[in-house]
Design a protein around this ligand. Structure first.
Ligand code: DX5
Ligand code: ZN
Length: 217
């Protein structure tokens, strides 16, 4: 099934002092999702924000809140991120002792369950969990920081994930995160992604609204 391309601007790259305005601007430009990167300083070597920041932004936006948890044992915080207003909660397979339990908890709360893999983790690691997954996220940089360059090997991982999803017959979105720009988005979409996360390419651009439109193609 051919899906429309969705842009998910990563708030990590915006001006935190004016986050509400930044978020409104990208939504007006046509971004249907908002990507919220949560980092705990343990699973990744950086600290960002937690559920209270997401809760504060919730009234400023009607976009789908696409929360990417880069934290150890996220099972501890799924309820908190759901109640903060996350619509999709995406968890790393590398961070969970019982991945199926975490995905199931997200769905039990009525949210969409995302499953994400780091660059070194093979796509096949997700195969057994497909019936529990609403979105697969392929990291195209090492998680932890915005502003890195897209790892070209991610294109093959996207193609493999797209084949796996299509073979399954399940309704699973395919998202990509890290180093996505207007210059490489066509190849990324051709490889099968239908949700594009972009931080620097949007919020560091002179005209973030134009950058969102450029990514939508
Ligand atoms: C990295 C985060 C990304 C990051 C993307 O760990 O998961 O979402 O904000 O930023 P850019 O688009 O600048 O690579
Ligand atoms: Zn992210």
């Amino acid at each position: 099934m051919k899906k429309n391309i969705i842009v998910s601007p990563s708030v990590l790259a915006c001006d935190f002092a004016h986050a509400a305005d930044e978020v409104r601007r990208v939504e007006e430009a046509g971004a249907a999702y908002l990507h919220l990167d949560v980092m705990d300083g343990a699973f990744v070597p950086n600290i960002s924000f937690g559920p209270d920041f997401i809760r504060a932004l919730r009234p400023c936006s009607s976009a789908v809140f696409d929360t990417h948890l880069m934290i150890n044992e996220p099972i501890r915080y799924i309820d908190a991120f759901a109640s903060a207003g996350s619509d999709i909660i995406t968890v790393h397979i590398e961070s969970c002792a019982d991945f199926a339990a975490v995905l199931s908890r997200i769905r039990a709360l009525g949210r969409k369950a995302g499953a994400v893999i780091k660059p070194a983790t093979p796509v096949s690691a997700l195969a057994e969990y497909l019936p529990l997954i609403d979105m697969i996220l392929i990291m195209s940089v090492e998680p932890g920081f915005g502003g890195q360059s897209f790892l070209p090997a991610s294109l093959d991982k996207l193609k493999e994930a797209r084949r796996m999803i299509d073979r399954s017959g399940l309704d699973i979105d395919l998202e990509v995160d890290g180093g996505v720009t207007a210059a490489n988005s066509a190849g990324i979409i051709a490889a099968g992604a239908n949700v594009l996360v972009a931080g620097s390419a949007i919020f560091k651009a002179a005209d973030p609204a134009a950058a969102v439109r450029a990514l939508m193609g």
